[in-house]
Design a protein around this ligand. Sequence first.
Ligand code: 13P
Ligand code: SF4
Length: 377
Amino acid sequence: MVELNILPRPPISANPTNLAYGRRGLVYDNQVKAETDALYERVRGVISSLEWPAFAPLIAAINRLKKERDAVILAHNYMTAEIFNCVGDFRGDSLGLAREAANVSAKVIVQAGVHFMAETSKILSPDKTVLIPSLEAGCSLAASITGEDVALIKQKHPGIPVVTYVNTTAEVKAQSDICCTSSNAIQVVETIARQWGVDQVILLPDEYLAKNVAAQTKIKILAWGGKCEVHERFTPDDIAEIRASHSGAVILAHPECPPDVVAASDFTGSTGAMSDYVEFHKPKKVVLITECSMSDNVAVANPDVEFIKPCNLCPHMKMITLEAIYDALLNLRHEVVLDPVVSARAKKAVDAMLALPPAPAGIFDPTRPVPANLEII
Ligand code: 13P
Ligand code: SF4
């Protein structure tokens, strides 16, 4: 199990802001209603009017606290609709959020996402206070490999560049030559192989992402056996059932899904690429083969598209709630703290990725088989 680099802070009980909110209480009164009515209009298609009075007081309080703290919230596409749409300042996939984190001018960044995303923000903005609202927001991929594992792999395979998915700890990134996300993995693999003049690349730690990338490139991929506990559960039978019961639905899959699921789908791309696909093509009916909440968020922006929602929740993403965000801002916890040497080394790998031009979307061609020369190391 990988250790989380977090210093929990005790609550600041004497803080005047704390007392003010304690006295006011978080109730759905006329002031909160006036402050949040416009936000409810945005999400009324996915949040019922019965649920809203429970969310609205926290949303209003968080939005006030953000101003007091000079804070911004970076919200991943897997956040629930009330977080993503009502308190998120920047929204998107892990690459988009990393780009925002590098340019944020506010003093405090609250990561509405999982821990590796908060670490990436801290790596890119080391002078900012970066908060992760829940200590339990981990990731099965990030937990699958350590910095020592990568050091050993490099010893065994000298001269081969190491590409690591951003879904890893800072220690793993620090051992890498370049990072990638699901938006740009093929482009990163091909670029680094060309730069190093080699025909093979180590791509860690997601086995299925590595296989899906290997199907799209002539570069030999040396892969690790990590899996996303959400995407590994989808099967080709699920896709066949969806096709049988929802004729005409367009099926979009995330590249962390097994290759036979990708092969059975119509399009594969990052959460951002799936969202752009719906925005651009406006299919009548669509299925997102990924985490549950994403469909609600894309539905808010595309009310005329019908979403069929196969539901696999990421338990880590779901640790981030409005309550946890409110608590994080109120008490400035849990602050992400990184070893400066590790952080500086990890930054080189993240910066190398961010220096690349935007990758073309939709480059996972589902008809290409996984080549036999992929090796699990
Ligand atoms: P994206 O980079 O596509 O946003 O994916 C992040 C993630 O955790 C997917 O499971
Ligand atoms: Fe990690 Fe999978 Fe959750 Fe994404 S969905 S954070 S890869 S466990």
